[in-house]
Design a binder for this molecule. Structure first.
Ligand SMILES: Nc1ncnc2c1ncn2[C@@H]1O[C@H](COP(=O)(O)OP(=O)(O)OP(=O)(O)O)[C@@H](O)[C@H]1O
Ligand SMILES: [Mg+2]
Length: 482
């Protein structure tokens, strides 16, 4: 440490003297000379790792891994720490604060050359004022970076042994401390995400649906998670789309939570009505990280998606009818083009799912939910975009058994007769799992009182359904008689 500081001081003094001599020289030339002199006298090498790589909207993985490594392995030596308490945690997470220096030593595997079996590195957490009015993550205006210095004789082992070690250990720490997060996009014009801790308790065990379909979905998710190499081999981006459709209250949103808990992925809940243009959508997408589920709920009513391809066909049709856009004055042509790029269109959403941009990052699940599958543009949900179409239907007997077990801790053997009646009625009455669950919620009642309430409700629904059928049959008869 003393040597390092001595070299740095000598370099700085010489640089200062040179600075005095060159008052008349321009700033860039001076900086260049200062760096050259420092490099000549100092045997130390510096590597800088910025939080955001230039032009990148997402935090650098390298920076995040270093942050985690330093917080876990070296933070005990630091006097200034930043603390963050995840909502699921009893103990806060500590990070190295800006301006702090950390000394780390590591044993070199290949100690030949350079003397000694261990090497020392100096980490420094830096913060710099913004170069422009760019706003970084979470509204931060400063640019943050880590700078690591080491003696040049350790160059090879720091870059080839120590750095991969830091990344590996950092990733382990991230995995250990991982708190699932639920992101939502901020309203226009703030094109960024805000997040809270994701704490939905739904799991596939508590999800009421056909056990066969449930197993198919879980197997599909497990296969997806393991298949990084397979996706690379077949030349497909590592992502998968699920379309969840069915009436209200059948468990579509609950299924998304179960998927997130099963895979341990973050959830990005994308509100399309808050996205104004295709550019904003692309920007939001690039800000998402891997191991995430991107959700668009109620896609059929999320936004007025104008199909560009349909627009183009319309334009061609118009031009055939004499309204050729290229005949417009240049100013108006430009405005027309600008207008289409400043809108959110179906093509923009399609690009978001499987265009070139969709491949950045990888390991993403995209989920659309809808109550009206038939209203969706076929292009949006074709296989390859939405790989699996999952129908969430009214409560079946299989689903009811799961709910009864969840809410009342009873099964078929406990109340055989009641279960039999309910099974029969569920086939006639269309009741959503949400409604069934509401009847099974214990409100200071015992299990049989809850089932009694459910039976009454089911009977009413069944009667209404048979009356409805009778009326429609009578109408049909009347039409035929005419
Ligand atoms: N299949 C299910 N398994 C377990 N619970 C369910 C299921 N379906 C509904 N529920 C219960 O009903 C509530 C509402 O369900 P959920 O929000 O998942 O329905 P949805 O299909 O997303 O409805 P919508 O179409 O209105 O958005 C949930 O909080 C959950 O308690
Ligand atoms: Mg829902």
């Amino acid at each position: 440490m003393a040597f390092k500081e001595l070299w740095a001081t000598i370099g700085s003094v010489l640089a200062f003297i040179l600075g005095l001599f060159s008052m008349a020289m321009n700033h860039e030339t001076i900086t260049l000379w200062i760096n050259k002199i420092q490099a000549f006298f100092s045997p130390y090498i510096q590597v800088t790792i910025p939080e955001y790589a230039p032009g990148n909207f997402a935090r650098s993985n390298f920076y995040v891994a270093i942050e985690a490594y330093l917080s876990e392995h070296c933070a005990t030596e630091v006097r200034k720490l930043k603390a963050e308490l995840g909502s699921h945690r009893k103990i806060p997470l500590f990070y190295v604060d800006d301006g702090q220096q950390i000394i780390d030593t590591f044993r070199r595997r290949n100690s030949g050359g350079g003397g000694g079996g261990s090497a020392t590195v100096w980490w420094h957490a830096y913060k710099e004022p913004p170069v422009s009015n760019v706003m970084y993550r979470d509204g931060q205006e400063h640019r943050r970076m880590y700078r690591v210095s080491f003696h040049r004789r350790f160059r090879k082992c720091v870059l080839e042994e120590y750095m991969p070690y830091v990344i590996e250990k950092g990733r382990e720490v991230i995995a250990k401390n991982r708190q699932l997060r639920l992101f939502t996009n901020n309203p226009y014009p703030d094109c960024s995400w805000s997040h809270v801790a994701f704490q939905h308790p739904a799991t596939f065990k508590t999800l009421a649906m056909s056990p066969t379909l449930k197993k198919t979905i879980v197997d599909d998710l497990d296969a997806f998670k393991k298949r990084k190499e397979y996706y690379a081999k077949v030349g497909k981006p590592w992502k998968r789309g699920y379309l969840l459709f069915g009436p209200p209250g059948t468990g579509k949103s609950t299924m998304i939570s179960a998927i997130a808990n099963h895979l341990e992925y973050d959830v990005y809940d994308l509100e399309l009505t808050a996205v104004k243009s295709n550019n904003d959508l692309r920007r939001l997408f690039t800000m998402t990280t891997g191991k995430s589920i991107i959700v668009i709920e109620d896609i059929d009513c999320s936004a007025e998606l104008t199909d560009k391809r349909r627009d183009k066909m319309q334009a061609r049709h118009n031009s055939a009818a004499g309204e050729n856009v290229s005949m417009l004055p240049p100013m108006m042509q430009e405005a027309a083009e600008k207008d289409s790029s400043e809108k959110l269109t179906l093509s923009g959403v399609l690009n978001f799912i499987d265009g070139l941009w969709s491949a950045c990052g990888g390991e993403r699940i995209i989920v659309f939910t809808t109550n009206h599958k038939d209203r969706l543009d076929p292009a949006l949900i074709r296989r390859g975009r939405m790989d699996m179409h999952i129908e969430m239907s009214y409560c079946s007997y299989e689903a009811f058994k799961i709910l009864a077990n969840n809410y009342l801790e009873i099964n078929e053997q406990d109340m055989f007769e009641r279960f039999g009646e309910i099974q029969h009625l569920l086939e006639v009455a269309k009741m959503s799992p949400a409604d069934v669950a509401e009847h099974l919620m214990r409100k200071e009642k015992d299990a049989s009182a809850c089932l009694e309430g459910l039976l009454m409700a089911l009977k009413e629904k069944a009667e209404a359904a048979s009356k409805g059928m009778q009326i429609s049959m009578e109408k049909e008869d009347a039409v035929e008689a005419k």
